[in-house]
Design a protein around this ligand. Structure first.
Ligand code: B12
Ligand code: SF4
Length: 377
């Protein structure tokens, strides 16, 4: 047994921790043994066997450590999983119809949640360490720790068919953060699956990213394609991406358990004016410095200017808005082939055949990048 466990009343310590977490703004907290089930380790192996990770090589590179918390940190014994509500104040599906504006997914509209949650986790873990004498480590996303299955065994929710954790009280809109410790607190009961026969999330997916319930082929997911994927967006997905320029919420938004969800109360996660349906013509005109300034502190900045422009050009092509043509044309000279190629595709969508042929005659013969030349056709 670790150091000071015996000298504490564990139930009292747990009650204090739960109250402290709630006071810090966490919507839920659950405590579990830091061990993944066989289904979870098999699920990770299967995901990698199927190459579902695409460009996210870090998922494969860290697979050994990701399998079990103790493979990453020898002394990990207990996982304290925390959920922070980021529920929207409207149905995010409504934004998809506004074709001359870009839709940024709900999670990315406020300040970067990594920073917001990590700060709170560190303070909470620091207070726990001071009271207990235990070692603590905090995690949000970036370390090789599978947070969703720990959230399920800690009783916060269950991994729904869309693979994210669903909560009976907060629906799909919870960020997760974890404190690992070498101490031991009384464990909570694992949550069971309440998806039943519902397949809303599987059916709504615009790019057919679920080969089966509970299994996501990330390479087909718009969240991956617009945020993580470094190359050109494959042609087969472009039309169905619609106006989604950063992330996607569809499978979360249609979950019936959201009827119990409430809008987020953490002000730092509140949507900033720049991230709520920005006009495509405005976004097409942003240079790198203005892009960085406009999306400073939000997750959007992490995409980088080139990939962001690539996404905005897909949305511009899908807008069928001829008025955007003067904002698209300058990108045919962009230094990045990623941007030039998508500008060609966008023009092909909005121009009639004759006007597109005129543009092609002017630009295609001087194109040196094979992929961009292929976009001209
Ligand atoms: C990589 C990653 C992605 C990738 C891959 C997503 C994925 N499903 O893995 C991409 C870029 C696509 C992505 C997208 C999103 N992400 Co993400 N992502 C992660 C990250 C960093 C790692 C997840 C991971 O380990 N994947 C590896 C594979 C193996 O896991 P998996 O798909 O969950 O596979 C499991 C199931 O297949 C399961 N399984 C297999 N068979 C069966 C059968 C049954 C019955 C069950 C229950 C399970 C099961 O076994 C596998 C292992 O558990 C986590 C943070 C973290 N460290 O955990 C955030 C995280 C999962 N993402 C998050 C969010 C918010 C999103 C988006 C909603 C963002 C957006 N709006 O665009 C989307 C949602 C898309 C979706 N439907 O999943 C949140 C989810 C919070 C929650 N409530 O669950 C997390 C936890 C970040 C955080 N700290 O809050 N993400
Ligand atoms: S986030 Fe969008 S694209 Fe990705 S699985 Fe869910 S519905 Fe499909």
């Amino acid at each position: 047994m670790s150091k000071s466990v015996v000298s504490h009343d564990m139930n009292k310590l747990k009650a204090w921790l739960v109250a402290d977490a709630k006071a810090a703004g966490f919507a839920d907290i659950g405590i579990t043994k830091a061990v993944h089930s066989q289904r979870t380790t098999d699920g990770l192996a299967q995901f990698l066997d199927d190459d579902f990770e695409g460009d996210m090589a870090w998922l494969r590179d860290t697979a050994d450590r990701r399998q079990q918390p103790h493979a990453m940190w020898d002394d990990a014994r207990t996982a304290i999983v925390l959920g922070m509500n980021y529920g929207p104040d409207h149905n995010p599906m409504d934004n998809l119809a506004v074709r001359d504006k870009g839709n940024i997914s709900v999670y990315a509209r406020g300040r970067d949640y990594h920073a917001v949650i990590k700060g709170k986790l560190k303070q909470l873990a620091g207070r726990l360490a001071a009271k207990s004498g235990w070692q603590v480590k905090v995690f949000v996303d970036t370390a090789p720790l599978m947070e969703k299955p720990l959230g399920q065994t800690a009783g916060i929710g269950w991994q729904g068919k869309h693979t994210n954790l669903v909560s009976q009280t907060h629906g799909s809109w919870l960020f997760l953060g974890t404190i690992l410790t070498d101490g031991e607190l009384p464990y909570d009961e694992a949550q069971s699956d309440h998806c039943g026969s519902c397949t809303n999330c599987l059916d709504i997916c615009p790019t057919d990213a679920f080969p089966a319930p509970y299994r996501l082929d990330a390479r087909r997911c718009i969240s991956y394609l617009t945020i993580e994927h470094k190359g050109q967006i494959p042609t087969e997905f472009r039309t169905n991406i619609g106006n989604r320029i950063f992330g996607c919420d569809d499978c979360l938004a249609v979950c019936p358990w959201n009827k119990f969800a409430q809008a987020a109360s953490e002000q730092k996660l509140a949507a900033q004016v720049e991230t709520v349906l920005p006009a495509l013509d405005h976004l097409l005109g942003l240079d790198e410095a203005r892009f960085r300034a406009e999306f400073a502190n939000t997750p959007v900045r992490r995409a980088g200017h080139e990939r962001f422009l690539r996404n905005v050009l897909v949305a511009a092509g899908n807008s069928a808005d001829m008025g955007l043509v003067p904002m698209i044309i300058p990108h045919l000279d962009h230094v990045s082939g990623l941007v030039r190629g998508m500008a060609v595709w966008a023009l092909r969508q909005v121009l009639d055949e004759a006007d597109f042929a005129t543009m092609k005659a002017r630009y295609a013969s001087v194109e040196t990048d094979q992929d961009v030349a292929a976009e001209w056709g």
